[in-house]
Design a protein around this ligand. Structure first.
Ligand SMILES: [Ca+2]
Length: 190
């Protein structure tokens, strides 16, 4: 089963600035990040589910987000997660981003863990052997773009800070995972 990011060329079903993630459970879901509040001032991202009957994605679950910039879909030990990068709430960039976990009983994505972020822009997930990692690109803490981005490792059922990196983003940062082999060797050396 594969997970990853997808930025399709297909027409967007909702507001103009969107990012997409996809994941495969028993069905196919799309998570759409809405950047701006709706006409009522509420901010939601929408998870769409593929309808085999209608042959299109239909709204499945709305999740309150704050200027969401990215949804990252991933799987750990057979459990399915979505992490949202909440960028800012009003003028406040120091807010929580949230990791949601699929609950097979309720058939909903439910908040599983919050992680403090500063102008979060992107999440990337990767695994090295038995270890699962999430890295977040932070961009702005309200006064400075000299902020650290953080790498988290999943231990004992939650993501815990593993390492921090000073980053000064010039533009919209996109995380890329490179050098799995080097990372693997580094971990083995620890
Ligand atoms: Ca991402």
């Amino acid at each position: 089963m594969m997970f990853g990011s997808l930025r399709p060329q297909a027409p967007a079903p909702a507001p103009s600035r969107l990012t997409w993630s996809w994941l495969t459970l028993f069905q196919i879901f799309l998570a759409v990040a809405n950047f701006e509040p709706d006409e009522k001032g509420q901010e939601f991202s929408v998870i769409y589910k593929w309808s085999h009957r209608k042959l299109k994605f239909t709204p499945y679950q709305s999740i309150a987000t704050h200027s969401a910039r990215d949804w990252e879909a991933f799987e750990v030990d057979g459990e399915h997660f979505l992490a949202v990068a909440n960028h800012r709430e009003g003028d406040n960039h120091n807010i929580d981003s949230v990791i949601y976990k699929w609950n097979p009983a309720t058939r909903l994505f439910e908040a599983n863990q919050t992680i403090a972020t500063s102008g979060a822009y992107d999440w990337e997930f990767f695994s090295v052997g038995p270890y699962s990692f999430l890295v977040v690109a932070n961009t702005f803490n309200g006064t400075s773009t000299k902020v650290h981005s953080h790498l988290y490792i999943r231990l004992l059922g939650s993501f815990q800070l593993f390492q921090s990196f000073p980053v000064r983003p010039q533009h919209e940062p996109q995380l890329s995972i490179i050098g799995h082999c080097a990372c693997h060797m580094h971990l083995l050396d620890r």
